[in-house]
Design a protein around this ligand. Structure first.
Ligand code: SIN
Length: 484
């Protein structure tokens, strides 16, 4: 049994219009990936619950949009305060359902809370423009208005941050939200929604539909009352949602798959490069869309880089997220474990060599981190997202070669590179095909910076000043016949 300071935060229910719907005979079990135990059960919502949530959101919208940005921001800020107050419980819920080490889960709750605070503040700064008029008796105002009912379809790898990165800007902008969290990790979403209600956000404004994605997703995408869909997940599902949203011409934000390159040039500060590679590759056991999926190292520093990275990887410890000293939690399910094993076997078959391995468990859904040197473009790990703790190292000889290899992918989410040469820094940053480029750092996820990709990595941006614009429409207001 999960021990919480406030056990009422573990909601075994779906949330529609302020009512907690109990699970029925077809309940979905949420499994702890560390030991296969049942964390709890949630209802298998379908079309009727989804339609009820959309209808309640639509009904609640006029009153919410009529409030001032300041009034909305006060409630969103209260939500932020409650999330921080309940950080310990939220993190424990996350570790139980998602598996990540408790310290990392606490970090994610802080990260999730940062979006709530940021967008409460950004909501106050939403404003339009006054455009120079071509006529003396006319004025033109560019006004911005909330888009309407928004749907947030969120993944299991960041069960709290992906909820707040979508819902906080929606609410602050004046939109109700219908959330469909991953069926693997609904409890963080439900706890966050409970805290939003406790903060005073009206019941019609936030709904959580638990269950399998198919029916809920189809009801959301086909509804003319849902004006915006924001999705984080795979490119395959993103493209399906895009097709499903076409008939009702919805606004879409898609944060999809990546295949991030991390390039270490010969003049790099290797301490920074190694620290960054560790942070980027092994965060959340390698289960992030911005994880370094391919590490390119200049031949002149390859041996030194491998030795230093190897020393750090050997200290990683695959263990249950609640165990002291755990740095790599279990993967989310058996399919994830199988994919890493298949990528490793394929790489070894095609000439790759294991040069370092972490410690800890290798049973169940635990996978020890591993570095494979001698990686080539023929290996599956070069073109597919591994989404696990396998770090392949490719060798290169020139800047042009590194950039060509880095861009040789249909994805364009994150990329990382390491150099001390200023001219090279600009050359490479401008040539890398990605929505986010990091120089001499391994982190790029923060509330004040726009997050998102190009090519098949998606559409739109979350976070930053751009994140709230995804929930706003532009209206041109022409005022003629003015006797000035
Ligand atoms: C993701 O992997 O989907 C998001 C990662 C992040 O916010 O850093």
């Amino acid at each position: 049994m999960l021990e919480l300071n406030d056990p009422s935060l573990l909601k075994q229910a779906a949330l529609v219009n302020g009512e907690w719907l109990a699970p029925g005979a077809d309940a979905i079990q949420v499994i702890n990936p560390a030991d296969g135990s049942v964390v709890g059960k949630v209802p298998a919502c379908g079309a009727s619950e989804t339609s009820a949530a959309i209808a309640a959101a639509k009904a609640a919208w006029p009153e919410w949009r009529a409030r001032t940005a300041h009034e909305r921001a006060v409630l969103v800020e209260r939500w932020h305060a409650l999330v921080i107050e309940n950080l310990a419980d939220l993190a424990r819920i996350m570790t139980a359902e998602q598996g990540k080490p408790l310290a990392e889960a606490e970090g994610e709750i802080r990260y999730a809370a940062s979006f709530i605070k940021w967008f409460a503040e950004e909501g106050r700064r939403v404003g339009g423009r006054n455009v120079a008029s071509p006529e003396r008796d006319r004025r033109i105002l560019v006004m911005v208005e909330p888009v309407g009912v928004a749907a947030a379809i969120t993944p299991w790898n960041f069960p709290a941050a992906m909820i707040t990165r979508k819902c906080a800007p929606a609410l602050a902008a004046g939109c109700p939200v219908v959330i469909k969290p991953s069926e693997f990790t609904p409890f963080c979403a439900l706890a966050l929604a409970e805290l939003a209600l406790r903060a005073g956000i009206p019941a019609g404004l936030i709904h959580v539909l638990t269950g399998m994605p198919h029916e809920i997703g189809e009801t959301i995408t086909s509804s003319p009352d849902v004006r915006k869909v924001s999705f984080t997940g795979s490119t395959r599902v993103g493209s399906l949602l895009m097709r499903q949203c076409a008939d009702t011409i919805k606004r879409l934000s898609l944060e999809l798959g990546g295949n991030a390159p991390l390039i270490v040039f010969e003049d790099a500060d290797l301490d920074i490069a190694v620290k960054s590679a560790m942070a980027s590759k092994f965060r959340n056991a390698g289960q992030t869309c911005v994880c370094a999926n391919r590490i390119f190292v200049h031949a002149a520093v390859e041996q030194e880089f491998l030795a230093r990275l190897g020393a750090q990887v050997s200290a990683l410890n695959a263990a249950p997220g609640f165990a002291p000293g755990s740095t790599i939690g279990p993967l989310i399910n058996q399919a994830a474990v199988d994919k890493v094993a298949a990528h490793l076997a394929d790489a070894l078959d095609k000439g790759g060599r294991v040069v370092a391995e972490g410690q800890g468990r290798e049973d169940g859904q635990f996978v020890r981190p591993v570095i494979v040197a001698g990686a080539t473009s023929k290996m599956r790990l070069a073109s597919e997202e591994t989404f696990g703790p396998l770090a392949p190292v490719f060798r290169f000889e020139s800047e042009d070669e590194a950039i060509a290899m880095a861009n040789d992918t249909p994805f364009g989410l994150a990329s990382y590179f390491y150099t001390r040469d200023l001219a090279r820094a600009f050359r490479v940053a401008e040539r890398l095909e990605a929505g986010m480029v990091a120089l001499n750092t391994g982190s790029m996820a923060m509330e004040m910076a726009p997050f998102g990709g190009i090519k098949q990595s998606g559409l739109g941006r979350e976070g930053g000043t751009q994140g709230i614009e995804e929930y706003l429409e532009t209206k041109a207001f022409h005022i003629g016949g003015l006797e000035l």
